[in-house]
Ligand binder design. Structure first.
Ligand SMILES: [Zn+2]
Length: 341
């Protein structure tokens, strides 16, 4: 096969200095982005971060609608119908960083407003913010009514040589009639394990010319199952130990115990504390996580602990490893992995 010289150089990435530079730049960026990921922070504690998220947005309603530009009035129409705050205002913290919003409505914008594409977003919205209503809106003159499931499947076969016949449930591909599509979607959302039972689900048709909404299907949530509180208490996983219960909770424990020796006045202890809590959640059932206040208890003296924070890993009644000072979560994890192996 003949290749032009230009093409040949381009195809050999190793010999192209620009691609090497670019790869190098990518590496730096990959590294830097860690600063923006909650889960990459040293003090990351999943339940705490989740609680903060729930407080950041007073979300109540998720609206699923079509990406047709003529359907852009849907979220505002739904906000009026449900008395929601939309688009609300961005709230900034004392440093001027965007940290929250007053909106109570989230949009999930997908082809035809079909629920199939929205299921994961609904699950995540519930997990992070908690929701009360899911509103599925299909609109008049929608492109999703212009083709059939067979039509798109055949076109893909001919134009791309791809078989998409089993990719999606056929009833979710296009819209044959609004009643059928909305009923199907409300059923799909209700059936999803990501939809909590207390959530109300509505199906509306939006008229793109009058901008009016017509309620077609309504499926009220289970009133007896109260909106679950988004809160996992740290105390559920972290055991408070004292001189009195130390033997029982630590030395006689069936599983290894990570003990955080701390005191109120110790600044670095406050940095270590959430890491220890996070390990308690991560290793629940495998490793017990405990905290002992050195001012209130003499046990620390028994083990010759002179500096805090000190975190000691106990197994079978003995100290297997001691960490003095602030450590990264990974350092604790490595020792736990080694011990559990
Ligand atoms: Zn549409």
């Amino acid at each position: 096969m003949q290749m032009s010289p230009v093409r040949a150089i381009g195809s050999h990435k190793e010999s192209n200095p620009m691609s090497l530079l670019r790869r190098f730049a990518m590496k730096i960026f990959e590294h830097d982005f860690d600063a923006y990921a909650f889960s990459r922070q040293m003090t990351y504690h999943e339940p705490t971060v989740r609680k903060e998220f729930a407080k950041a947005v007073p979300l109540r309603t998720v609206v699923v609608y079509c990406y047709d530009p003529r359907a852009i009035g849907i979220p505002a129409a739904v906000a009026r119908e449900f008395d929601e705050v939309y688009p609300g205002e961005i709230v900034t913290d004392e440093k001027g960083n965007k940290s929250a919003s007053t909106t109570s409505l989230f949009e999930v914008i997908v082809a035809g407003g079909r629920a199939i594409d929205a299921l994961r977003s609904i699950t995540v919205a519930q997990h992070l913010f908690g929701i009360e209503n899911i509103v599925i809106v299909h609109h008049t003159h929608c492109g999703a009514t212009s083709f059939t499931a067979d039509g798109i499947i055949n076109a893909y076969r001919h134009e791309h040589g791809r078989d998409i016949s089993t990719l999606y449930d056929r009833q979710s591909i296009s819209i044959s009639d609004y009643m059928t599509s909305l009923k199907h979607d409300i059923g799909l959302v209700r059936k999803s394990d990501g939809t909590p039972s207390h959530v109300n689900i509505y199906g509306y048709v939006y008229d793109i010319d009058t901008e009016g909404l017509t309620l077609v299907v309504e499926d009220s949530g289970d009133r007896t199952s109260a909106r679950a509180e988004i809160a996992v208490e740290i105390e559920d996983f972290t055991k408070i130990v004292t001189d009195e219960n130390f033997d029982r909770e630590v030395l006689q424990s069936d599983i290894p115990v990570l003990v955080d020796f701390w005191a109120e006045w110790c600044g670095p202890c406050r940095i270590v504390s959430p890491t220890i809590d996070a390990l308690g959640v991560e290793y629940q059932g495998k490793v017990k996580v405990a905290k002992l206040n050195v001012d209130d208890n003499e046990t620390a003296m028994r083990y010759g602990i002179r500096a805090i924070p000190t975190v000691a890993l106990f197994s079978g009644g003995d100290i297997k490893k001691t960490f003095v000072g602030v450590q990264s979560k990974r350092q604790y994890e490595e020792s736990l992995h080694a011990l559990l192996r």
